[in-house]
Design a protein around this ligand. Structure first.
Ligand SMILES: Nc1ncnc2c1ncn2[C@@H]1O[C@H](COP(=O)(O)OP(=O)(O)O)[C@@H](O)[C@H]1O
Ligand SMILES: [Mg+2]
Length: 428
């Protein structure tokens, strides 16, 4: 059997350094140790977290090295515990020329049973710390392990210890990476879930907005169409009035389309279309849009201060939506009143730096507890209400740097006030 020469050491070192997967590293260590030192069997025991564990055992069977990596415990069934502990204590290798001749070793259970002859046990040291032992034996021949071999094996063992430690770190790293990848995957799917939920919610809100906002112009189309038919059914038909109604219809349809475009832009998260325009004119137009509905409900609308030009900067259609919502809420609130006058007013006042629009009705107004919820989406006290109107008004005014307030009005009714910042003089 060949001894360990410099070349063998180099070969083993290279092999060990090349292995980063612990299973293969252990195999390389035991196989080369067995082949080069002339041992019949070898065991690698590691000392980790204050406890011994048998990592692997290799045996030469019919000229081939057979490796076992599992199912071995650190006891007399696997290796001579007394020798391992002596090596661990002294941190020096132990060479036994012929264990059968040694009286002290005869006490060891393992030695008694297996009756090995040559024994070599070297410590695996890493930075002055014991990380394990490599135990080799030969049952056939005595004097197999010379002190020279022992020393070389010790060098290899320390390299193995180093490689094993790296391998362990590598394993931990792989483990951590797997855990991190798993956590990342989980986070990703949670985020995707959240995003989908948010999109669905936005979709739901969009649908609610469309139904709410477009409902008004469609109702206006309905009313005007019926009126037009009535004018045409007269004999003789009143073409002039019918034409007027058709103009109303066309205007309402245009408005519905503009609203949908606005909502679509909002859904795309687009900024509202800001431009300078005359607020008074826009509000008069909004009032004209609901005129038919107000008429049907027996409501008379009075407008104050809307004739003087009032330059503001904002999204014209959105601000018209605010006015329409407030006017319709006011009119609807008076539906429950006993027959009689249903006065509604929309007035405009200019302060320094802002414009205030006040919409007042003579309905029942609102109790203090409901008052805190008016602006919340989906809050409604109406059987067929959607509770979106005021929430939409609020978000529109927020986008304009304006405000919205709803207060009880004396002696009865509601007073809705929205304000908008005035562009500084010279600003367009
Ligand atoms: N002028 C008003 N007078 C009395 N209550 C009002 C008035 N305006 C709004 N409200 C209350 O605020 C609620 C929410 O209004 P809104 O957001 O427009 O939704 P909706 O009109 O669909 O109910 C109404 O259901 C009503 O209870
Ligand atoms: Mg409403």
């Amino acid at each position: 059997m060949q001894g360990l020469d410099a070349q063998a050491v180099l070969r083993i070192s290279t092999a060990l350094a090349g292995e980063i997967v612990p299973v293969r590293l252990v195999e390389t260590l035991l196989r080369t140790a067995l082949e080069n030192a002339g041992a019949e069997s070898g065991t690698l025991a590691l000392f980790r977290h204050e406890a011994w564990q048998v990592r692997a055992q290799a045996r030469v069977l019919d000229g081939a090295v057979v490796l076992t990596q599992e199912g071995m415990s650190f006891d007399a069934g696997t290796l001579p515990v007394s020798i391992v502990q002596a090596v661990a204590r002294s941190q020096q290798h132990i060479v036994v020329d012929d264990a059968r001749e040694s009286a002290s070793l005869a006490q060891d259970d393992y030695i008694r049973r297996r009756r090995p002859r040559s024994i070599l046990c070297v410590p695996l040291m890493r930075q002055a710390m014991l990380v394990g032992v490599l135990y080799l034996e030969n049952n056939l021949a005595s004097h197999v392990f010379t002190p020279a071999k022992a020393e070389v094996l010790e060098v290899i063992a320390s390299q193995a210890a180093f490689a094993l430690e790296n391998a362990r770190l590598y394993e931990e790293l792989v483990d951590q990476n797997q855990q991190r990848a798993q956590a990342e995957e989980q986070l990703r799917s949670t985020l995707a879930e959240l995003e989908r939920a948010t999109r669905l919610k936005a979709m739901g809100e969009l649908v609610a907005s469309i139904v709410h906002e477009v409902g008004q112009p469609i109702a206006a189309v309905d009313t005007s169409a019926s009126a037009a038919l009535r004018w045409l059914d007269r004999s003789p038909p009143d073409i002039g009035e019918a034409r007027e109604m058709l103009t109303h219809i066309s205007r309402s349809a245009l408005r519905a389309r503009t609203i949908i475009q606005g909502l679509r832009a909002k859904a795309r998260n687009a900024e509202p279309q800001f431009a300078a325009f005359d607020l008074g004119e826009a509000l008069r137009e909004a009032a004209a849009l609901v005129a038919g509905a107000l008429d049907t409900m027996g409501v008379t609308l009075e407008m104050k201060g809307l004739d003087t030009p009032l330059a503001v900067h904002g999204d014209r259609v959105q601000l018209q939506q605010v006015a329409v919502n407030l006017l319709m809420n006011a009119a609807e609130s008076m539906a429950s009143l006993a027959p009689g006058p249903r006065p509604l007013s929309m007035a405009c006042a200019q302060g320094d730096g802002h414009v205030r629009i006040v919409v007042e009705d003579a309905g029942p107004g609102i109790g203090p507890e409901a008052a805190q919820h008016l602006l919340k989406p989906l809050f409604t006290t109406k059987p067929n209400g959607m509770g979106m109107g005021l929430a939409i008004c609020k978000s529109i005014l927020d986008a304009h740097g304006g405000t919205l307030e709803l207060r009880p009005r004396e002696p009865t009714g509601m007073r809705a006030v929205f304000s908008l910042p005035r562009p500084a003089p010279g600003h367009r």
